[in-house]
Design a protein around this ligand. Structure first.
Ligand SMILES: [Zn+2]
Length: 298
C-alpha cells in the first residue's frame, strides 16, 4: 500500500563541498572516490547516471556557511540562515528548533499522507537516559513528526545503520555489535530504503576530518564512504527510488584551513526523475520542496 509509489533516500554528508584541484584537496589523486570526487570547472563523471547540481550553501547570508543553519535549511526548505540573519554553527538554537518543529520534511510528508518515513541512523540508549542539552537538526526534524528512533537492537537486527556505518565508533563506545564493511552497511541501508517512502541518513565524520585537517583520515574515510554509496546505488531499485546525496557546506575538500569553505556543495541525484528533481535545486532551501513534490506528485 503505502510502500507503493516512488521513494527517496536523502543521504546527507556534513562538510563536503566542491573544491578546486591541488594538494589542499584530498580528493585530488584519490582513487575509488566516485561519486564523491567532484571538482570545480570540470565535468563530473558520476556512476549510475547520476546528475550533479552545484548547490549554493551560502544562502545569501554573509559569512561562512555552518551546520545548524544549513541542516535546518536542508531539512525544512526554509532558508534558516536568512531567517536568523546569520549562519549558526553546531546545534540548532531556539529559533532554528522552531523552524524544524514547524517545517520538518518528515512532518511535511506526514501532512500529505506519507507516513512511511524513517531516519536510518541509530541512537544509543544513553541518548535517552541522559538527553544532551543540544540536539542535532536531524534529531529535531525526526522528533517534530513524532517518529521513533532506531536503537542498537534495530541495528543488530539489520534495520538501522550507525552514522559511522562501519560500526567502529559504536564498538568503541562499548556496544556489542559486529563491524560492518561498506558493502554490508550499504545492503542494510538499501533494505531500509526499500521499506520506506522516505529515508534520511546522516554522516558527519567528513566535517570532523575537515576541521582536524587530517589528510590521512580523509584518504582512509572518503573511499569507504564512496564505496558505501556505490553499494547503495547497486542495491536500490533506481526505477522506483531516487537517491539524493547532499551536504550543508564545504570543509573536507580544502584541508589548508580548519574552517568551513565558501564552496558550493554537490547535490547528486540518481534514479527516478533525477533530471526533474535536479532542475528544481539551486540552493539548500530547494531540497525539501523538491523531495516533497516528487513524492506527492506521483
Ligand atoms: Zn563543521
Amino acid at each position: 500500500m503505502e510502500t507503493d509509489g516512488p521513494s527517496v533516500l536523502l543521504f546527507f554528508i556534513d562538510g563536503l563541498g566542491i573544491g578546486t584541484r591541488g594538494p589542499h584537496n584530498p580528493f585530488d589523486g584519490l582513487e575509488d572516490a566516485d561519486p564523491l570526487a567532484i571538482f570545480q570547472d570540470e565535468p563530473a563523471i558520476v556512476p549510475f547516471d547520476g546528475v550533479v547540481v552545484s548547490t549554493d550553501a551560502r544562502l545569501g547570508v554573509e559569512g561562512r556557511p555552518q551546520s545548524a543553519s544549513g541542516q535546518t535549511t536542508i531539512l525544512t526548505g526554509v532558508n534558516a540562515a536568512a531567517a536568523l540573519g546569520s549562519h549558526k554553527q553546531g546545534f540548532p538554537n531556539r529559533a532554528l528548533l522552531e523552524i524544524l518543529r514547524e517545517h520538518s520534511i518528515f512532518l511535511q510528508l506526514q501532512n500529505r499522507g506519507i507516513h512511511s518515513t524513517t531516519f536510518a541512523n541509530t541512537y544509543t540508549s544513553r541518548f535517552f537516559e541522559r538527553r544532551p542539552r543540544w540536539i542535532s537538526a536531524t534529531t529535531a526534524a525526526v522528533e517534530a513528526a513524532g517518529l521513533r528512533f532506531n536503537l542498537v537492537d534495530d541495528l543488530r537486527a539489520g534495520r538501522a545503520v550507525y552514522h559511522d556505518f562501519t560500526n567502529a565508533a559504536l564498538i568503541e563506545r562499548g556496544e556489542v555489535v559486529a563491524p560492518r564493511s561498506p558493502d554490508e552497511a550499504g545492503d542494510v541501508l538499501a533494505g531500509i530504503v526499500a521499506r520506506h517512502r522516505f529515508t534520511l541518513y546522516e554522516y558527519f565524520i567528513t566535517d570532523h576530518v575537515g576541521h582536524a585537517q587530517d589528510r590521512e583520515a580523509a584518504q582512509r574515510v572518503l573511499p569507504m564512504l564512496a564505496r558505501y554509496i556505490r553499494r547503495v546505488l547497486e542495491k536500490v531499485d533506481l526505477t522506483s527510488s531516487a537517491v539524493i546525496v547532499t551536504s550543508d557546506h564545504g570543509n573536507i575538500e580544502d584541508l589548508s584551513a580548519r574552517n568551513h569553505t565558501l564552496n558550493p556543495v554537490a547535490t547528486t541525484i540518481w534514479g527516478r526523475e533525477r533530471e526533474k528533481i535536479a532542475s528544481r535545486i539551486r540552493s539548500l532551501a530547494d531540497i525539501t520542496p523538491a523531495i516533497v513534490e516528487h513524492l506527492t506528485a506521483n
